[in-house]
Design a protein around this ligand. Structure first.
Ligand code: ADP
Ligand code: MG
Length: 364
């Protein structure tokens, strides 16, 4: 039997948080860190799973329906289910998973796993789909099978990544435009501070933020917040909390577009300002940061970063910062010390570079 190996990266969202399901804009990069799935088809009608990180998964039938599979296997089962629902062929076999994407850190190890499973399965069945279809199927698995109500950004980023390029995504038509993101040339680095805080309440809080946006769009008489522009509309939203949620989404969309312009003209001072402004909006208007995350973001800026913001859905995860490469070590040491003084757990800190998108490795 042939073996099919696919790999898909995690991602960092540079800017544009909670904008995907509001059909706005975001600008992620794919990470160099990635998840590899090695699929060995057999003639059974089941998939057995093993992950180097999580151990053995539940073996599941190709016909498994939502609710049938628990734990991390549900991400793979969700993909198989979504493929089947869309009328594509799936086959049984064993899947071996390995990843160097930090898990549960807001760097989208979930989309990396889904996209790698999908590409490996499609290679085995000879199914050819474009990247947008793959992204939508992976998202459908995560939404309707795993039960996590996430937008499309993670999958689009994992599939469309390119070396030293960010992706300006317009969720109105799911288009992806490359934007140069070559920090090295400018003596800069993207530092990632993983707080190592588990985002326990994130699913419920994510849902409630989505509900606020949907409710406000209904009140404004539009299908999505993309159809409204300018903060003047805020006066028409009755609920004070919903109003702030919408203000975040509208101002965040503007910041993403401004950030793409700033990157195109190599104005990194402006990029930094926009990152810090995005963090303030997530903290004050969307209320998805924590004391721990705010301390990290504030410390990064105080210690010399051009700008810093939480990345990912919120309530933990990672903070990213744009820093001069020569000062990177000094800044991260000072930030680690500030975190310790604040009484929070030690972070994991690394430097990220924009890497390539998901790919099929080998077909022996
Ligand atoms: P994030 O996508 O930010 O890493 P999520 O909570 O969305 O966080 O997804 C993390 C989950 O995805 C894990 O709890 C696990 O169920 C699954 N997962 C991700 N990577 C792996 C892996 N390498 N092996 C097994 N399960 C994984
Ligand atoms: Mg995820």
């Amino acid at each position: 039997m042939n073996t099919y190996e696919a790999q898909a990266p995690g991602r960092i969202n540079l800017i544009g948080e909670h904008t995907d399901y509001n059909l706005g804009f975001a600008m992620p990069i794919a990470l160099e860190q990635r998840t590899t799935v090695r699929f060995e088809p057999d003639d059974t009608d089941r998939i057995t799973l093993h992950s180097e990180e999580e151990g053995d998964g539940a073996s599941f039938a190709l016909s498994a329906a939502p609710g049938d599979v628990d734990g991390w296997s549900s991400y793979a089962a969700g993909v198989v289910w979504a493929l089947t629902q869309a009328g594509h062929r799936v086959v049984g076999g064993s899947m071996k998973v390995h990843s160097d994407v930090p898990i549960g850190a807001g760097l989208s190890s979930s989309a990396a796993l889904e996209c790698a499973v999908l590409l490996a399965m499609n290679a085995a069945t000879g199914t050819e789909l474009d990247r947008l279809d793959v992204a939508r199927l992976a998202q459908r698995g995560e939404n309707d099978f795993v039960g996590a109500p996430t937008g499309l950004m993670d999958q689009l980023a994992s599939l469309n990544g390119a070396l030293d390029r960010a992706m300006l995504i317009d969720f109105l038509d799911s288009s992806v435009e490359p934007v140069v993101f070559d920090l090295d040339t400018h003596g800069l680095a993207l530092v990632v501070v993983n707080s190592n805080a588990a985002h326990q309440h994130s699913t419920g809080e994510y849902r409630s933020r989505r509900e606020s946006c949907t409710r406000a769009a209904g009140e404004l008489g539009v299908g999505s917040l993309r159809q409204v522009q300018g903060v003047d509309v805020l006066d028409r939203i009755g609920d004070e909390t919903d109003r702030r949620r919408v203000r975040h989404v509208l101002t965040e969309n503007d910041r993403v577009l401004d950030c793409a312009k700033a990157l195109n003209s190599s104005d990194f001072g402006r990029v930094g300002q926009l990152m810090t402004a995005s963090h303030a909006s997530m903290r004050d208007d969307f209320e998805i940061t924590t004391e721990h995350i705010d301390l990290i973001a504030d410390s990064l800026v105080r210690q010399g970063a051009l700008g810093a913001r939480m990345t990912g859905g919120g309530f933990g995860g990672c903070v990213i910062a744009l820093v001069p490469s020569v000062d990177s070590e000094k800044i991260t040491e000072a930030v680690a010390s500030d975190i310790a003084k604040g009484g929070f757990p030690a972070p994991t800190i690394f430097t990220a570079r924009a890497g390539g998108g998901a790919s099929l490795q080998r077909n022996e």
